[in-house]
Write a protein that binds this ligand. Structure first.
Ligand SMILES: Cc1cc2nc3c(=O)[nH]c(=O)nc-3n(C[C@H](O)[C@H](O)[C@H](O)COP(=O)(O)O)c2cc1C
Length: 156
């Protein structure tokens, strides 16, 4: 299909469980019924301003570490903030957080930065906390599918 929309996934996956979460997100975004969207996963330490400028929508994924987003996602924001600030207003995005106990500090911190960027949250933040549950993968898969389907339909 020509003129595919672009969905960028920037997710930190330092453990086996968080790898499963990003795999599920990618799987959902690449659902067989969605052919109008190109999906890329680029880990936050590797993602550049050009990757963000490529995107029509973004899914962010992070662990909570010390009550904040992962250092990797923070590094991503540090590097893309000013190069993207004037070019990505209203970027549709979604966020999932894997946390041992909490996750709210990360949600607040990411929210401050995305507010500064004037990005537009198009899904409720998903906080996956407590003991790891395989159903979290289903939530991530649904998130990926929903974001890709919404992009394809032109509703985000
Ligand atoms: C250095 C470090 C700091 C962490 N800090 C927090 C924290 O402040 N709040 C929290 O809920 N979980 C915290 N965690 C737990 C991680 O969020 C969790 O282990 C991570 O998301 C990976 O999930 P998994 O154990 O299911 O692979 C921390 C983990 C590490 C290694």
């Amino acid at each position: 299909m020509p003129n595919k929309k672009h969905l960028l996934i920037v997710a930190h996956n330092p453990s086996a469980n968080t790898q499963k979460l990003v795999d599920a997100t990618i799987r959902g975004a690449n659902h067989e019924d969605i052919d109008g969207v190109e999906v890329r996963h680029i880990p936050p330490l590797q993602a550049t301003p050009d990757d963000v400028l490529w995107a029509d929508a973004i899914i962010l994924g992070t662990t909570e570490n010390f009550g904040y987003m992962s250092g990797a996602l923070k590094d991503f924001f540090d590097r893309i903030y000013y190069p993207c600030l004037e070019h990505t207003e209203a970027m549709p995005f979604a966020l999932y957080i894997r946390a041992g106990l909490d996750g709210t500090g990360t949600k607040t911190a990411v929210g401050k930065i995305t507010t500064g960027l004037r990005w537009k949250a198009v899904q409720e933040t998903i906080i996956l906390h407590g003991e790891y549950d395989p159903k979290y993968e289903q939530q991530c898969e649904e998130l990926g599918m929903l974001m890709a389907a919404s992009l394809e339909a032109g509703i985000i």
